[in-house]
Design a protein around this ligand. Structure first.
Ligand code: IMP
Length: 178
């Protein structure tokens, strides 16, 4: 069924059951890949809160989680040492980090974050993204875990928003003509 959010229309795209099945697979894969280690998950707010909550409950390892946020910096980036993440309360030195992202579009946001984390002496840094859009496929930053590869359409729900709305939808919707 079509829904309207503000001025846009959206149609069902990925049903909740398909999302949960894929998230469970990723959780199992991470549990196998990180056996014997204690990874630190860094979900990036706001969009990844739903994905992270479901994913972490599918991970059968000892692990830590610390929600972080992109600093919304003002003005230009010419001041040099800009912190791109805020909320990092855990020490990340020598840690196996798994950055949890809702969606990679161009991949630019995440490449900055990865660069910053690597410069802080982490042991390893990988990405789990629920959705990767077509432009991010060309990007140098390659997520190790990808829920769904999609074309360049605008999507909503399961944490993803349109102007702050729609994050609470259980399924993922795609924009369609009004
Ligand atoms: P990137 O730096 O281009 O990869 O930007 C990724 C960010 O853009 C995501 O974390 C989202 O906040 C936002 N974004 C990109 N595409 C969508 C979409 O289709 N729906 C909702 N948010 C999106």
């Amino acid at each position: 069924m079509k829904i309207t959010v503000k001025d846009l229309s959206f149609a069902p795209f990925i049903p909740e059951s398909a999302i949960l099945e894929r998230v469970a697979q990723i959780g199992q894969q991470i549990s196998a890949d990180y056996a014997g280690r204690v990874p630190l998950f860094l979900p990036i707010l706001n969009g990844s809160f739903v994905f992270a909550a479901d994913l972490l409950r599918e991970v059968s390892l000892e692990c830590r989680v610390s929600f972080v946020k992109h600093a919304s910096y003002q003005g230009t980036t010419s001041t040099g040492q800009l912190k791109t993440l805020i909320g990092l309360n855990e020490s990340i030195f020598n840690q196996d980090i798994i950055v949890v992202e809702d969606i990679m579009d161009t991949g630019l946001t995440l490449s900055k974050v990865i660069e910053e984390l690597r410069s802080l002496g982490t042991r390893s840094v990988e990405i789990a993204t629920l959705i990767r859009k077509a432009p991010a496929r060309e990007h140098a930053v390659k997520p190790k875990y990808i829920g769904f590869d999609i074309d360049n359409e605008f999507v909503l729900g399961y944490g993803l928003d349109y102007e702050g709305l729609g994050r609470n939808l259980s399924a993922i919707y795609q924009q369609v003509p009004v």
